[in-house]
Design a protein around this ligand. Structure first.
Ligand code: SIN
Ligand code: FE
Length: 311
């Protein structure tokens, strides 16, 4: 994998989208799909200075916002804070900042990743005010260990998890490590380490009988994960639990500058955050059909490996 740095000149406002070659846009999509990170040392996403000032004012110790805050664009809903202890005016302000960020992020992606023609579902955005260095989290929630993203409560059924980050800290970098993508490492994992996914029928049957044995048959169907989603969740856990992998895999250390943006397919690029505070992030669930190289998507890789349809 590589960090592909895109200088601000490549995106200057006065250069319209049409004058940038369609080839360039395809190249950016293909780099992402191959497991590279697109890095913009100067963010193409303009966040108003007064919005950044408000967000930076939310210091961990004194702030009413202690955790990562989620914004759900589809429902225009802000979550992740204790409504009883946050003054309504602060909630209102943060809500409107997150709405604007989400819209601006979508505009930037429509432009930079034009070949996708916005064939994505707009997922959650987040504000991350917490210092990442030394965060105390349970193993599976730790983000300082290399992992690929898989959402336990939001199965994607094969859609790709594309994430855009902004480091809004005025002076400090956000420090990441990344490693070789899913397609490169999944082949070396044995079924003893993680069982390969089964076809939907077998999986549903196994789950059903397991549920019945546990007396859970009515409680189980609430989250409908495909065999693909089950595997991706196991893969996320497997990487975090695997200290040999964590110690010995090849690593790229990157310090994302204050004011920069970067994007990646975080379902296939193992990543970890070691330090940094104050980031904004928007997630897009990109349709597998929109991929320029559908054969490189994790669902296609797994379907080739198992010879079965997994969603
Ligand atoms: C993650 O997705 O693992 C966290 C990355 C970050 O907040 O920088
Ligand atoms: Fe992650």
């Amino acid at each position: 994998m590589a960090i592909v740095s895109i200088p601000p000149d490549a995106l200057r406002d006065e250069i319209t989208r049409d004058s940038r070659s369609a080839e360039q846009h395809r190249e950016w999509c293909l780099r992402l799909e191959a497991g590279d990170i697109l890095y913009f040392p100067e963010s193409p996403l303009k966040i108003p200075a007064e919005d950044v000032a408000f967000l930076l004012g939310q210091h961990q110790t004194t702030s009413v916002f202690h955790k990562n805050i989620a914004y759900r664009p589809e429902k225009d809903l802000l979550t992740g804070f204790d409504a009883g202890s946050v003054p309504p005016h602060a909630v209102k302000r943060l809500h409107s900042i997150m709405r604007a960020y989400s819209n601006a992020a979508t505009e930037v992606l429509r432009d930079i990743l034009a070949p996708y023609q916005a064939r994505w579902e707009l997922d959650y955005a987040s504000f991350r005010p917490v210092e990442e260095q030394g965060r105390d989290q349970t193993l599976h929630r730790r983000n300082d260990l290399l992992h690929t993203d898989a959402f336990p409560t939001r199965p994607t059924h094969g859609a790709r998890i594309l994430r855009l980050f902004n480091n809004i800290h005025p002076t400090r970098t956000r420090d990441w490590i990344t490693s070789d993508p899913f397609g490169t490492i999944v082949g070396s994992i044995t079924p003893q380490q993680i069982p390969l996914p089964h076809s939907k029928k077998i999986c549903a049957r196994t789950l059903c009988s397991l549920g019945q044995a546990l007396g859970l048959s009515r409680a189980l169907p609430s989250i409908k994960r495909s065999p693909y989603d089950e595997f991706m969740l196991r893969f996320h856990n497997f990487l975090k639990e695997n200290s040999i992998y964590q110690a010995s895999c090849s690593k790229i250390h990157t310090q994302f500058l204050p004011g920069s943006s970067w994007m990646l397919y975080s379902d296939t690029v193992p990543h970890a955050v070691l330090a940094g505070q104050f980031a904004l992030e928007q997630t897009f669930l990109v349709s597998p059909e929109a991929q320029l190289d559908p054969s490189s998507s994790p669902v296609a890789i797994l379907e080739r490996m198992t010879g079965t349809r997994l969603r």
